[in-house]
Design a protein around this ligand. Structure first.
Ligand code: NM2
Length: 531
């Protein structure tokens, strides 16, 4: 065990925070979950606006960067080729940033919106249907992907232009924080990032586990108990632990290939054997509804409810704020990943690629999975809503699949896909967590024991919460953990503009279609100026 490589203050700090949250919950479950809920309500009730503003700002900022001079900067030297072709780039990006949750929400999110629509719309009306078809795509759409891309900017810039690979989020804030980023403030930033990712991953596990357990129950008959759910969590952890152990390239690559093909299979199967025309038309129409309502959705916060003029629906807090927080906690992690695979692209290509391909992927999943369920509901062939209200969302998801031909087989494939989807997310997460608590990462691979350690640590909080019976609290873990990460996001955006801006000013090469920044020239100039 080579412990010299470990950055102990960050490692221990992150662990202490994790234990400080988990232990009280183990010993005082009730008081503990009350506290979590109170913090959650406090944040969403008072600071929901900050999350929404951050989302909109990230969207506008990313578009501005893409089309400004910054967008022309090439991530790499003159003459470099793109490291990955666009298709595999987009596929990797999608499987790193998206986990099993897209199967869960893709299948069932519409059912919540149909019953509890936003904007004061009457539940279960035609208007509610249109919003139900569309809102999922919004929550997984351009703003969400802009949030994901933001941290990739400074990280990719440091990686490939300034040639000092950043594996710590704190290092990417250096242009703003200066030396402070190397001291305690930097450690706090890294710990908050780790904590955020643990929260976000907890939300993912809390949603994925019951769904996978229902799937297993469907084809084995094993009753869905706490034990089965704990078993599912352990199984997923074992898969990604083995994959994490075998190294980034082999493990994640094999898993994401399987992931891709299974996902394509399921989507095609439902599209072809489900209501093909309805799915196509509903998905296509929802694009227009999305464009018509985009800014309304992005800013809607129910201000009238605050003065009791209209009854509050709680929609913004339970959905948009929750979602933006969830994307925020994952963002620095996905940013590290996107940065690494974007060698040879311009910043504009990286930004627009993530936002466009990411959104297209989400549209495919929500369009096919969601509209299939919606069709069953509206055509009267299966009452998804009553089923969900009686047996819960995970059971409803499996019941929807059971309406397909050869459904036994489809449920098995869907369950395997969910397991693999969950594992790829966790696999990359444990890889990044391990890298962040090391001083250096020789050869780009964190120490094995360190990777395994984080693979199992990711499991701790969800397991604890499951046994005290509060998986729901975990779904809100992202919101609590996301609050501080929001401020880190701002630091990251400013850092990028500061670093790239000063390099560009030194280059004075704005007009060429692609800008190659050569730090050696800049440093020479800086030297002569200083003399
Ligand atoms: N996001 C994309 O659980 C998952 O699918 C991972 C979730 C942030 C909503 C990411």
């Amino acid at each position: 065990m080579n412990s010299k490589l470990i950055d102990w203050p960050t490692f221990i700090g992150a662990l202490v925070v994790l234990l400080a949250v988990s232990l009280p919950l183990i010993f005082y479950p009730e008081a503990g979950s009350n506290v979590i809920n109170t913090i959650n309500e406090f944040i969403t009730g008072n600071f929901g606006i900050l999350f929404l503003a951050l989302g909109l700002l990230a969207f506008i900022f990313m578009l501005y960067i893409a089309f400004s001079k910054y967008g022309k900067i090439k991530l790499g030297k003159r003459g470099t080729e793109k490291e990955f072709g666009t298709f595999s780039w987009a596929a990797m990006l999608f499987s790193a940033g998206i986990g099993s949750s897209i199967l869960y929400w893709g299948m069932i999110e519409w059912a919540y919106y149909y019953q509890g629509p936003p904007f004061g719309v009457e539940p279960m009306t035609k208007e509610a249907i249109e919003l139900a078809m569309t809102y999922g795509i919004f929550h997984w759409g351009p703003i969400a992907w802009a949030i994901y891309t933001l941290p990739a900017l400074p990280i990719a810039y440091f990686y490939y232009v300034r040639k000092n690979p950043v594996l710590k989020i704190s290092a990417a804030t250096k242009p703003v924080l200066g030396k402070l980023a190397d001291g305690p403030l930097g450690i706090i930033i890294d710990i908050l990032f780790i904590f955020g990712l643990l929260g976000g991953a907890g939300t993912t596990l809390a949603l994925g586990t019951p769904m996978i357990a229902e799937g297993i129950h469907d084809f084995t008959g094993i009753p869905v108990t706490l034990l089965l759910q704990a078993g599912v969590m352990l199984l997923c952890t074992m898969i990604f632990a083995i994959s994490a152990y075998s190294g980034l390239n082999k493990g994640i690559k094999i898993l994401s290939d399987i992931n891709l093909w299974l996902a394509i299979f399921i989507l095609l199967f439902i599209f072809i054997f489900g209501p093909t025309v309805f799915i196509s038309e509903a998905t296509f129409s929802s694009l227009g509804i999305l464009m018509d309502n985009f800014f309304h959705m992005a800013t809607w916060l129910e201000p009238l409810a605050a003065i009791d003029t209209y009854p509050a629906t709680g929609f913004p807090e339970s959905w948009t704020v929750f979602y933006w927080a969830w994307w925020v906690v994952y963002a620095p992690f996905v940013g590290l990943f996107v940065a690494r695979i974007s060698y040879g692209r311009t910043i504009k290509e990286m930004i627009l690629g993530t936002m466009i391909y990411g959104t297209l992927g989400s549209i495919l999943f929500f369009g096919v999975l969601g509209n299939f369920g919606l069709y069953l509901q509206l055509s009267g062939s299966f009452d998804v809503i009553s089923y969900m209200n009686e047996f819960g969302a995970p059971a409803a998801i499996i019941a929807i699949l059971n309406q397909l031909p050869i459904s036994g087989f489809i449920v098995i494939v869907f369950t395997i896909l969910s397991i693999v989807f969950l594992s790829t997310t966790f696999d990359s997460a444990s890889y990044i967590l391990a890298a962040v608590v090391q001083k250096h990462v020789p050869g780009g691979e964190a120490l094995r024991w360190n990777r395994l350690f984080w693979a199992f640590t990711l499991l701790l909080l969800p397991l604890v919460l499951m046994f005290i019976g509060d998986l729901e609290a975990l779904q809100t873990a992202s919101i609590v953990a996301g609050f501080p990460v929001m401020f880190i996001m701002l630091l990251l955006a400013i850092s990028f503009v500061k670093a790239a801006g000063s390099d560009l000013r030194a280059m004075k090469e704005y007009r060429s279609p692609t800008i190659y920044i050569d730090r050696r020239n800049i440093e020479k100039k800086e030297d002569t100026n200083n003399k």
